[in-house]
Design a protein around this ligand. Structure first.
Ligand SMILES: Nc1ncnc2c1ncn2[C@@H]1O[C@H](COP(=O)(O)OP(=O)(O)OP(=O)(O)O)[C@@H](O)[C@H]1O
Ligand SMILES: [Mg+2]
Length: 334
């Protein structure tokens, strides 16, 4: 679907932080353009520190971008102010990795949800009570939990409360920042399934940030891959996972651990060698070149253009077409 029917559009967004090195900047998000269509789940993947959370936080206004635009329904949030901005922003909610971060320990679960309902204009006490019970039920929690405090809940229950609270304002977009990765392995699938069911039922669009490529493949119809502050590839999950166009995506996919211990035993050294370079001083040309098995001299000179590979699928690499056609084989892992 073209970006102009998009519900949420991010254009050329740049968010920088002051570096500890004097006079320097950490270019956490360095010119990112993405979009979300109504009701779809889009994955955002990449290694730690590549700028996923900063992008998400910039979209909801938790960080202030230096430049670029965030548009909801074609309305540039940068042109709004005061009440109108707050009202519009409410349509975009953030679900944190750590549910502790979004819940106040001195508030009961009921109070926390009530607070969100009041912000949403639900002032009537009876209606508030009804909605609290409805929301708790939607996220699979018993009504008695309304009187409890966050510390009395398990991690999975707290994340369910955090989801209920973000749904209280009837958002149109959810930015889910690794919403299940802080949870015990055994309850991750439960919370993930709940999330997918709710997302379908309510038709809310979702940017799903994750390290876990398998999880994104299962949940998202499209995916963006980030490296050092930039989106280097984007497309339908089917395309990107089956025929990646960027050597970085190939390497990421090749480094996904296999569930089969026999294959794991045969695995050679990690495909992605070395650390991500500092975002304060990224490599010239292509940022991935210092770790790229296919790097050529030109990669140090020019920043690669984004190449269209198939409908909605593109990658920023000079040999994207060859990689996509399978002519450049990622280093073997087994
Ligand atoms: N408040 C801040 N001040 C300074 N630097 C920051 C700040 N927040 C993030 N950074 C830096 O910006 C870069 C991107 O960080 P970010 O948290 O967005 O990455 P991420 O992709 O979400 O990583 P992870 O997968 O570990 O959550 C990192 O180099 C990080 O150190
Ligand atoms: Mg993060």
């Amino acid at each position: 679907m073209p970006a102009d029917t998009a519900l949420l559009k991010v254009e050329n967004l740049v968010t920088r932080f002051k570096s500890v090195e004097r006079g320097k900047w950490v270019k956490a998000v360095d010119g990112v353009s993405i979009h979300l269509n109504p009701g779809e789940i889009v994955g955002l993947v990449g290694e730690s520190g590549c700028g996923k959370s900063t992008l998400g936080r910039s979209i909801v206004g938790l960080e202030k971008p230096q430049s670029g635009r965030v548009l909801l329904d074609g309305v540039d949030l940068g042109t709004l102010g005061g009440r109108k901005l707050r009202e519009t922003r409410r349509a975009i909610q953030y679900v944190f990795q750590d549910p502790y971060a979004s819940l106040n320990d001195r508030q009961t679960i009921g109070e926390a949800i009530t607070e969100a309902l009041i912000i949403h204009g639900v002032a009537d006490r009876t209606e508030q009570r009804r909605r609290i019970l409805e929301l708790l039920d939607q996220v699979g929690l018993p009504a008695v939990l309304a009187e409890r405090y966050p510390r009395e809940l398990s991690g999975g229950q707290r994340q369910r409360v955090a989801i209920a609270r973000s749904l209280a304002v009837e958002p149109r977009v959810l930015i889910c920042d690794e919403p299940v990765s802080a949870l015990d392995l055994s309850i991750r699938a439960q919370v993930m399934n709940l999330f997918l069911t709710l997302q379908k039922e309510l038709g809310v669009a979702c940017l799903f940030i994750a390290h876990d490529l398998a999880l994104v493949r299962q949940a998202a119809s499209r995916v963006y891959v980030m490296y050092l502050g930039k989106v280097i590839e984007g497309g339908s999950s089917l395309d990107v996972y089956a025929r990646p166009g960027h050597p970085y995506t190939s390497a990421l996919l090749a480094s996904v651990p296999s569930a089969d211990p026999r294959i794991e035993a045969l695995r050679e050294a990690p495909v992605l060698k070395g650390d991500i370079p500092s975002p304060t001083n990224p490599p010239s040309g292509c940022r991935f070149r210092t770790r790229c098995p296919q790097a050529m001299a030109i990669c140090a000179v020019n920043e690669p253009e984004t190449v269209a590979l198939s409908s909605g699928h593109s990658a920023a690499c000079v040999i994207a077409e060859q990689v996509h056609r399978g002519e450049v084989i990622a280093p073997k892992v087994h």
